[in-house]
Design a protein around this ligand. Structure first.
Ligand code: SF4
Ligand code: SF4
Length: 237
């Protein structure tokens, strides 16, 4: 139904203007005092906080911070191996798929490995990034993740938003049993360290995605299997 303008003529009180100003200030004060002393917050997590005077649940940022939920795509990090090197093998898949073209990589050869490469330069412009997560999905080595739980910090200069490999390489290391550097070994990794890395290695995931980015209870594989089963049931009818 179309909205109709109330075009009735203003009465004397409205034309005097001043009483309406007082009425407006009164409404404003009423709302202010109600919000100040009697909160209307419905969220039980917010209400659980100590609010002595009212139930207002304004977050006292930055002293008070709510952790981001699992699956939040935060600042990138380059996942380290157990020996501190990046897992990245400089394959350029993340840079190729990035719709914002904000990843720049230069590849170098490892002196103790005849096959693997590593990124001598790995730069992400976090200002241009559209936080789509494609780079994480595309990476065949689980070498780049967005599970830092942090958003890009504010800065006074654009240059501060350019994150290079030194800033990006952080967080807990990850090893998979089929990592080539574990199977072949490398002269830079001492034998005991190699044995430790092998012991800590996880079975290689079939899809190199970030497990922390998965929504609990949601599985594309399970849904696809259900859809397939439904299709087969229909075909038999
Ligand atoms: S999240 Fe998307 S836009 Fe950002 S770097 Fe990765 S692929 Fe590029
Ligand atoms: S896709 Fe992964 S392994 Fe390849 S360059 Fe990007 S981060 Fe490195």
């Amino acid at each position: 139904m179309p909205y109709r303008l109330d075009d009735t003529a203003a009465d004397l009180r409205e034309r005097l203007y001043f009483p309406e100003v007082i009425r407006g200030v009164g409404i404003l004060m009423k709302q202010f005092l109600r919000n100040f002393f009697f909160g209307r917050e419905k969220n039980p997590d917010m209400l659980a906080r100590d609010r002595s005077l009212s139930q207002n649940a304004t977050l006292q940022y930055p002293e008070e911070r709510v952790p981001y939920p699992p699956g939040y795509r935060g600042l990138h990090r380059l996942v380290p191996r157990e020996d501190g090197r990046p897992r990245c093998v400089a394959c350029y898949m993340c840079a190729t798929i990035c719709p914002a073209q904000c990843i720049y990589i230069e590849a170098g050869e490892l002196p103790d490995d005849p096959i693997e490469k590593y990124p001598t330069k790995f730069v992400i412009d976090e200002l241009r990034c559209v936080v789509c997560g494609f780079c994480v999905e595309a990476c065949p080595k689980d070498a780049i993740r967005m599970d830092s739980g942090e958003h890009a910090p504010p800065s006074y200069t654009r240059a501060a938003q350019i994150w290079d490999e030194k800033r990006l390489l952080r967080g807990p290391p990850v090893s998979y049993q089929y990592d080539p550097w574990l199977r072949r070994g490398a002269s830079s990794i001492p034998a005991e360290k190699l044995a430790e890395m092998k012991a800590n290695a996880k079975p290689f995931s079939t899809v190199a995605t970030d497990e922390y980015a998965q929504t609990p209870g949601f599985s594309v594989k399970n849904l696809a299997a259900e859809a397939k089963a439904r299709g087969e049931t229909l075909a038999r009818k």
